[in-house]
Ligand binder design. Structure first.
Ligand SMILES: C[S@@+](CC[C@H](N)C(=O)[O-])C[C@H]1O[C@@H](n2cnc3c(N)ncnc32)[C@H](O)[C@@H]1O
Length: 217
């Protein structure tokens, strides 16, 4: 069950402000509202990982996944983001939509300040991390590793489908159960000048990692 209809959720997410001047090296592009609403809706209806839960969003940008989680009834949502301009957009979005209970922290997810404070603080972590295409290969799995230390129930993340075997191996190495729960065609409608085309399609996996037994050996 979800407390909002999928169509309504997508409508709200379409209304959010995007990155004004996306920063290429931070891989700033929004999760398209159609994809964001579908995956969040399924996280709630299939797994019950949002409503009444404390949800964290790593690399929250302008708030697509944080706001979506909140609209789906998250008890509280906290976003983590390295870029001040993106957080300005986040604040504008939550102010315009008059959403209380949403919070964001300006920080580097890779070197989280007060990391002990955040350990196991969340039920659910959701992240659309940088894929690691800007000489920062592996950054997506660093986000997930942080997510695993923060969550007690599940970590959801997006990764390029071409890295599926690698992601599987990492989860196995870390002793957690990860599965691809959706295969997506991700259209990055980008203003990035180095792209020849106006938009690029990439195959993306959406993963669910069950961390409920992460400390059981
Ligand atoms: C692909 S965008 C996703 C944005 C948003 N979560 C969404 O789904 O629309 C990745 C985000 O991660 C942020 N980011 C990149 N490196 C980061 C880091 N080391 N720590 C925190 N945030 C970071 C970027 O600024 C960007 O907002």
């Amino acid at each position: 069950m979800a407390c909002i209809k999928l169509k309504k959720l997508e409508e709200y997410l379409h209304g959010l402000d995007n990155f004004e001047k996306p920063k290429i090296k931070l891989e700033q592009y929004i999760t398209p509202p159609h994809i964001a609403s579908c995956v969040l809706y399924n996280i709630q209806t299939l797994y019950g990982d949002i409503e009444g839960k404390y949800v964290g969003d790593l690399g929250c940008g302008s708030g697509m996944l944080s706001v979506g989680s909140f609209l789906l009834g998250a008890g509280m949502t906290t976003g983590f983001e390295i870029d001040e301009d993106a957080l300005d957009n986040f604040h504008t979005n939550i102010t315009e939509m008059e959403l209380p209970g949403l919070d964001c922290v300006l920080c580097d997810v890779l070197t989280l300040p007060d990391s002990k404070k955040w350990e196991n603080a969340f039920d659910t972590i959701i992240t659309n991390p940088p894929f690691g295409t800007k000489k920062n290969s592996g950054i997506d799995m660093c986000f997930v590793k942080t997510g695993i230390s923060l969550a007690t129930a599940a970590v959801y993340s997006f990764h390029k489908s071409s890295t599926r075997d690698y992601v599987h191996k990492k989860f196995k190495d870390w002793g957690v159960k990860g599965n691809v729960v959706a295969e997506l065609k991700y259209n990055i409608d980008t203003s990035y000048s180095f792209h020849k085309n106006k938009s690029v399609d990439i195959d993306v996996d959406f993963w669910r990692c069950d961390v409920s037994e992460k400390n059981v050996s």
